[in-house]
Design a protein around this ligand. Structure first.
Ligand SMILES: *Cc1c(COP(=O)(O)O)cnc(C)c1O
Length: 218
């Protein structure tokens, strides 16, 4: 795993140099879905501190094994049903996938200060969740009274493609939307397209496969 982390670090550093950005302007979020808690512990031992999980239920089983990792932060990056919001608020430091007022309200009602991001739906794929771009302003306004939620920025997931350039217009669009709404953080870019994402202003790249290998069961 050390080698893979070094490779990903080198890719991020090279992309930052190319884009004229500081390395520390981009957070490497290690996506550990499907992998056991031991993968989190090992990645932590090599210096990673931010981890992304897709499912509340899956992380529930890992959380007791990683809770003692000092300074580790856990981000929910998968769709969250509002009936699981209480559990999510207990388990995660950040929910990157807020996409409705109802969900935001439920999270706020948990009374735990937390960072949140709005997931934006930029592609027409039916399987994709997220707030419509035209609804972001209304959602931000609705969230303003929610005193426990600190809105950090926007997150998106472009349609899958093996050509990283396919994602560029989606990344560019997310950045423009964040600027329009005065938000700083941009969670965009994965194993296959993190360079393009960094060129387009990403501040959080979510990397699974390039760190932990294929999730597919052979
Ligand atoms: C799985 C996942 C990732 C990581 O994808 P890789 O291609 O394995 O790097 C990033 N973001 C989300 C939302 C994911 O579900």
């Amino acid at each position: 795993m050390r080698l893979r982390i070094e490779e990903v670090e080198a890719r991020i550093a090279a992309a930052c140099r190319k884009a004229g950005r500081e390395r520390d302007s981009v957070l490497l979020l290690a996506v550990t879905k499907v992998f056991p808690a031991s993968a989190i512990v090992e990645a932590y031992s090599f210096g990673l501190r931010d981890f992304g999980e897709n499912y509340v239920q899956e992380f529930e089983t890992k959380a007791p094994l990683v809770r003692s990792l000092d300074g580790a932060r856990f981000h929910l990056i998968g769709h969250l049903q509002s009936n699981k919001s209480r559990r999510a608020a207990e388990l995660f430091d950040t929910v990157q996938t807020v996409d409705s007022e109802k969900l935001a309200r439920r999270l706020n009602e948990c009374g735990r200060p937390m960072d949140v991001m709005i997931e934006v739906k930029l592609s027409e794929e039916a399987s994709k969740h997220g707030c419509e771009p035209g609804q972001i302003g209304a959602l931000i306004s609705a969230m303003r009274p929610f005193e426990y939620l600190r809105l950090r920025g926007l997150m998106t997931m472009p349609p899958w493609s093996d050509d990283p350039e396919t994602a560029r217009p989606y990344f560019r669009r997310l950045r423009a939307l964040a600027e329009e709404h005065g938000l700083r953080e941009l969670s965009m870019g994965m194993s296959g397209d993190l360079e393009v994402a960094i060129e387009e202003g990403s501040t959080i790249v979510r990397v699974g496969t390039a760190l932990f290998g294929s999730r597919r069961v052979e």
